[in-house]
Design a protein around this ligand. Structure first.
Ligand SMILES: Nc1ncnc2c1ncn2[C@@H]1O[C@H](COP(=O)(O)OP(=O)(O)OP(=O)(O)O)[C@@H](O)[C@H]1O
Ligand SMILES: [Mg+2]
Length: 253
């Protein structure tokens, strides 16, 4: 089953009457259960691609299918319903709410889609399991300013998982993190992927990207090349990174 299929996807921004064709006929397919990385120069359209395929932003032209269902052309309400229930987002711009605890931030998207009290109980249970899995149970009641960068990012992942999404979109989930925290976060993303969640993530970090199973290279709003690495395994982590590095070198990255 295709998790995502974009056909001739175009996105044009118009700023001061100047037209900027950011995505130019992008074609890509992501299979259910895949973990895909998106790399490419700054300004090449990576974030725009994530926003467009996830329905956060409208495509200018082309077609997007999400688990077989065409989402281009759906109403804004229908799309936000799909986003809330079936997609998870780990975007740097989507900050956690400041006056809420880590726990409250995590359950928020689920409360938004909850029908009643019994569901809230389930949500609380699920949040606890997720927090334990991501190793942040002990900071549940902390304010978001009272945790480390890695803990905050893992909380973002917990929040993105709270509605059991079919896919997680992540935009530089390790961008603001040091090496140790970044590995922490990637370990969790790999784990979630092993458990069946499809992941599409943008990253500038070769080590991070080498944990993905397939990596796309975007340039000038188009996919220039892709590299198949296969499912992540720690045993060959070094080789994967090397292989990815030389591929990127060949592409002039
Ligand atoms: N909301 C917007 N309105 C107008 N132009 C935009 C908007 N968002 C992005 N752009 C333009 O689209 C192009 C691609 O931006 P995008 O953010 O997708 O790049 P990126 O590959 O994610 O870069 P980076 O690696 O720096 O994050 C840039 O030229 C940018 O200025
Ligand atoms: Mg970006």
């Amino acid at each position: 089953m295709n998790a995502l299929k974009a056909t001739d996807l175009c996105k044009t921004y118009i700023v001061n009457k100047r037209q900027n064709n950011v995505l130019r006929n992008v074609n890509l397919t992501i299979e259910e259960g895949e973990m895909v990385g998106i790399m490419g120069p700054s300004g090449s359209g990576k974030t725009t691609l994530l926003y467009t395929v996830s329905g956060m932003d409208n495509a200018t032209a082309g077609n997007i299918r999400f688990f077989g269902e065409e989402i281009t052309g759906l109403s804004a309400n229908q799309i936000s319903d799909i986003r809330l229930k079936k997609m998870g987002f780990v975007f740097q711009q989507m900050y956690m709410l400041k006056n809420l605890s880590i726990y409250d931030n995590i359950v928020l998207p689920a409360y938004q889609s909850a029908a009643g009290k019994t569901q809230r109980k389930e949500i609380n249970e699920r949040a606890k399991v997720l927090m334990a899995k991501l190793g942040i149970s002990e900071v549940a009641d902390n304010d978001i300013s009272e945790v480390s960068g890695g803990q905050l990012q893992r909380a973002c992942i917990a929040r993105s998982m709270i509605n059991n999404p079919k896919i997680i979109f992540a935009d530089e989930p390790t961008g603001a993190l040091n090496k140790m925290n970044s590995e922490e976060v990637m370990r969790e993303l790999n784990k979630l992927n092993e458990e069946g969640t499809t992941i599409m993530m943008v990253t500038h970090d070769v080590k991070v990207a080498s944990r993905c199973e397939r990596v796309f290279y975007i340039e000038d709003g188009n996919i220039r090349d892709e590299m198949q690495l296969g499912k992540y395994a720690q045993e060959n982590a070094r080789e994967r990174e090397k292989e990815l590095n030389s591929w990127l070198m060949r592409l002039g990255w």
